[in-house]
Design a protein around this ligand. Structure first.
Ligand code: FES
Ligand code: FES
Length: 160
């Protein structure tokens, strides 16, 4: 089978993958790198379960052709905690505020929120809701999810 070689930064490390050119970034992350945090929900760019951050932007990795990631920097939920294992404030807030039910949407929610807070550390509730609009939760826990992001904002503010 024909394969292409793609090199990029994955959660802070330089990596290279040899995968079929038809693969999406999501398939590459899950099957080549065995990072199963990003989930495949719809597979067509509509549910946000596969969201990762590429060069600072939240992206649906299921419809992102792997060839396009060459030279870019990708952050998945596996890279969200500190290298010493300390959870990111978003992760702590989701746990403490019941922002997780079945958990299927959670990594996508976290990564969309991460991209938002990196760009806008003090978002309004409307801005949080807009940034999460592409992330569907089949458990419909949206209130707790939005409150979790607000809690993370507070935690990050208190820390700074
Ligand atoms: S799995 Fe990618 S948007 Fe649904
Ligand atoms: S927590 Fe179940 S899909 Fe969101």
């Amino acid at each position: 089978m024909e394969k292409i070689t793609v090199s990029f930064i994955l959660n802070g490390d330089e990596v290279t993958a040899e995968v079929p050119p038809s693969w999406s970034l999501l398939k590459t992350l899950r099957e080549y790198f065995e990072l199963t945090g990003p989930k495949e929900g719809c597979g067509v760019g509509e549910c946000g379960a596969c969201t990762v951050v590429i060069d600072g932007k939240a992206v649906n990795s299921c419809i992102y052709p792997v060839a396009e990631v060459e030279g870019k920097s990708v952050l998945t939920v596996e890279g969200l905690a500190g290298t010493d294992g300390t959870l990111h404030p978003l992760q702590r807030a989701f746990i403490e505020n019941n922002g997780v039910q079945c958990g299927f949407c959670t990594s996508g929610m976290l990564m969309s929120a991460k991209a938002l807070l990196d760009e806008n550390p003090e978002p309004t509730e409307d801005e949080i809701r807009t940034s999460l609009a592409g992330n569907l939760c089949r458990c419909t826990g949206y209130v707790q999810i939005v409150e979790s992001v607000q809690k993370a904002v507070k935690m990050m503010k208190e820390k700074s």
